[in-house]
Design a binder for this molecule. Sequence first.
Ligand SMILES: NC(=O)c1ccc[n+]([C@@H]2O[C@H](COP(=O)([O-])OP(=O)(O)OC[C@H]3O[C@@H](n4cnc5c(N)ncnc54)[C@H](OP(=O)(O)O)[C@@H]3O)[C@@H](O)[C@H]2O)c1
Length: 222
Amino acid sequence: MVLGATGGIGAALVRELEQQSSGRVLGFARPQLQLEDEASIVACAAQAKDWLGSAPGLDLLLDATGALTIDGRGPEKRLDALDPTALARSFQVNAIGRALVLKHFLPLLPRNQRSLVGVLSARVGSIEDNHSGGWYGYRASKAAGNQLLQSAAIEMARTRPQAVLMALQPGTVATRLSAAFSAGHETLTPEESARRLLAVLDAAEPTGRAQFRDHTNTSIPW
Ligand SMILES: NC(=O)c1ccc[n+]([C@@H]2O[C@H](COP(=O)([O-])OP(=O)(O)OC[C@H]3O[C@@H](n4cnc5c(N)ncnc54)[C@H](OP(=O)(O)O)[C@@H]3O)[C@@H](O)[C@H]2O)c1
């Protein structure tokens, strides 16, 4: 299951899964799945449940949604650029939207078998790793998304001890999201990033907690 299947990384994940796996792949994206609208997330989860039929549950859930530039506003460089509406929108998409996805999709994980959940986070959401400042709303909303994932991972471990829940840093990937900000950075194609992220998840073991790892399978401090 891939959420945000229209995105650069989301679409590449769908393509990779269709090539690599004999399993069935289902993707959701706007306008069907809108992070600001819980009813749309409920409807997608209900459709996913029907699609699963008698299968024990989702064995792979990827949430590749997220936004850096929202309503035409890009990341803030300085405190004096902070705008309450723009900050609230970042949280609505990157944190609250993610929380609602977890709320409605994690119940679809199987109880007694291995399952993998990868949510696209960002290294800049790491508080420990913040050495250059700026990008207030994006950084903070990604950090909040990570914290929500950690609580969900601890809760899920009680009923689904074989579930792996991971926040993923995909690299700097050549997509719409990064186009205006990637100059001077080594970039990955969406396909290469998707292949690496799937390999990282495939190699992961459940720990009863969320994990935060990058596309090279290196752990990132929260
Ligand atoms: N690209 C990078 O270098 C990079 C680096 C670090 C982390 N990430 C993270 O990786 C994830 C995927 O990014 P990407 O580079 O693939 O960006 P992208 O091409 O812009 O894709 C973002 C996806 O999120 C969806 N989305 C955005 N706002 C939404 C909303 N309000 N409701 C529902 N769906 C919404 C988009 O839908 P539409 O197609 O309808 O817009 C699209 O499917 C994001 O979480 C991003 O923060 C990316």
